[in-house]
Design a protein around this ligand. Structure first.
Ligand code: SDX
Length: 428
């Protein structure tokens, strides 16, 4: 039986701190009294060893490469569920009955419309604008058109705001795609399910009959499921931090979108394809780029490789890699980038540098191959990640508010100047 407390010996005294139990995975030392009792704080750059909250939504086992949404393994969810059901599961904690599912779908469709003034907003952006910047701005602007869904405090109001954001966000994502492609934007089709409607809002051409390709819809649905939530990652922690100030849901998610944009986080799916295209242009010399990634004097990194938690295969990468094969075969597409990705993976996983640092392909390594096969432009890949991650952001924000987590305000170890007096300009 493991101890239920830890003892810190400091300044000739022994201080006891209780251990917070988990159902699975990391147990945590409760240091909430540490500074009052010892005058010390902890320092943990990047929070690699620090729990920010207690959660029951998603669990990752980084050593064994396992991921559970509300306890259900991602492999079973990806194979048997659909994105709308996953949204319900993450938000409510259990799989819906058929009546609950129908009611949830209906609740989302109630908001399947975005104010026309928002269309004028998107018109002012240059076509060259990065879609993530457009999406973050539009999401924050939603607040102006839905003031009642801002600072919600009751569970019912949170669920209402969640349904509203889930419905409207898919429109905003589709609109950023249409903007990038120079196409007119539209309001979608309520006769379709969530993913079909998103797909049609993106790909409908005004002058052609629209055909819903089940292979494409199936691939999109699976990719959105695989991105739906992932514990306290950088963008989710941002949503929680901003929301802890009781900022509204839409503005909190807008901040999360900006965090996800970074190439070390969600922006990696775009960076992977750009890396693969660069290697292809450079004659496909994979070994050269693996060496560059190992060279400390070279700031090149193997994008799509490595993870803060997974020190084994990212289970999502395993599923996406197989899906990439299936979808490219089904659509009859040959993609050189996929061949290069496979070679890169093989060379890296045999190299001591990557093996010793437990660097494996992550969710972003293969996802761009599929998005590209579906005709989605590279700059839109992280918008696709954001659409997938939306239910995770909302569920984690809702949990943070319902648990009454305090406003986030970390401490620091100060190494700046000692106290000193001001010096007049003519004395310096
Ligand atoms: C996502 O947190 C989540 O859950 C995120 C995510 C989600 O679903 O929300 O899973 C989504 O963000 C996936 C990660 C996408 N990012 C990339 O693919 C970018 C490339 N990866 C790296 O930048 C890096 O691996 C991180 C950012 C993902 C993780 O960084 P850590 O945990 O801070 O690790 P580190 O930078 O301290 O690296 C440890 C060592 C270092 O070498 P040493 O100093 O020990 O010699 O590994 C090396 C690093 O230089 N290293 C890499 C590398 N990743 C780490 N070297 C070359 N190429 C890489 N990709």
């Amino acid at each position: 039986m493991s101890d239920n407390k830890v003892i810190l010996n400091y300044d000739g005294k022994a201080f006891e701190y209780p251990i917070i139990e988990s159902t699975i995975g990391d147990r945590g030392i409760d240091i909430s009294k540490l500074r009052d009792q010892t005058g010390l704080i902890t320092l943990d750059l990047g929070y690699k060893n620090t729990g920010a909250t207690i959660s029951d939504i998603t669990y990752l086992d980084g050593d064994n490469g396992e991921l559970y949404y509300r306890g259900y393994p991602i492999e079973q969810i990806a194979e048997k569920s659909n994105f709308t059901e996953v949204i319900y599961l993450l938000l409510n904690g259990s799989l819906p009955t058929s009546d609950q599912f129908a009611g949830f779908e209906k609740g989302i469709k109630k908001y399947n419309f975005v104010a026309d003034e928002m269309k004028r907003l998107i018109d002012v952006f240059p076509r060259s604008a990065h879609p993530m910047g457009v999406l973050s701005s539009l999401t924050s602007a939603l607040t102006a058109f839905n003031p009642k869904a801002v600072d919600v405090t009751s569970k019912e109001d949170m669920d209402h705001a969640a349904e509203m954001l889930i419905a409207k966000f898919s429109h905003l994502c589709a609109w950023t795609y249409r903007k990038k492609m120079g196409l007119s934007i539209n309001h979608g089709d309520d006769s379709l399910n969530y993913v079909e409607n998103f797909y049609k809002m993106c790909f409908r051409r005004p002058n052609q009959e629209f055909h819903l390709d089940p292979v494409v819809v199936g691939a999109l649905d699976k990719l959105l499921i695989l991105h739906a939530d992932h514990e306290q990652n950088c963008s989710t922690s941002t949503v929680r931090m901003v929301g802890s100030a009781h900022t509204g849901l839409f503005a909190s998610v807008s901040a999360g979108i900006s965090a996800l944009w970074g190439p070390l986080h969600g922006g990696a799916n775009q960076a992977v394809i750009e890396m693969l295209e660069m290697i292809e242009k450079d004659g496909g010399n994979v070994a050269k780029y693996v060496e560059k990634a190992k060279n400390k004097d070279d700031n090149f990194r193997l994008m799509g490789f490595g993870h803060r938690v997974y020190k084994n295969f990212d289970p999502r990468a395993t599923i996406i890699k197989k899906a990439a094969d299936d979808i490219l075969n089904s659509l009859g597409i040959e993609d050189k980038a996929l061949d290069i990705a496979r070679q890169l993976e093989r060379v890296a996983l045999e190299d001591e540098y990557f093996v010793s640092r437990k660097l494996y392909p992550n969710v972003d390594f293969y996802s761009g191959i599929i998005y590209r096969a579906l005709g989605i432009p590279t700059e839109m890949f992280t918008v696709m990640f954001a659409l997938g991650r939306l239910p995770g952001w909302i569920s984690q924000w809702k949990e943070m508010r319902l648990h009454n987590d305090p406003i986030g305000r970390p401490r620091q170890v100060y190494q700046g100047a000692q106290k000193r007096d001001y010096v007049e300009m003519n004395q310096r």
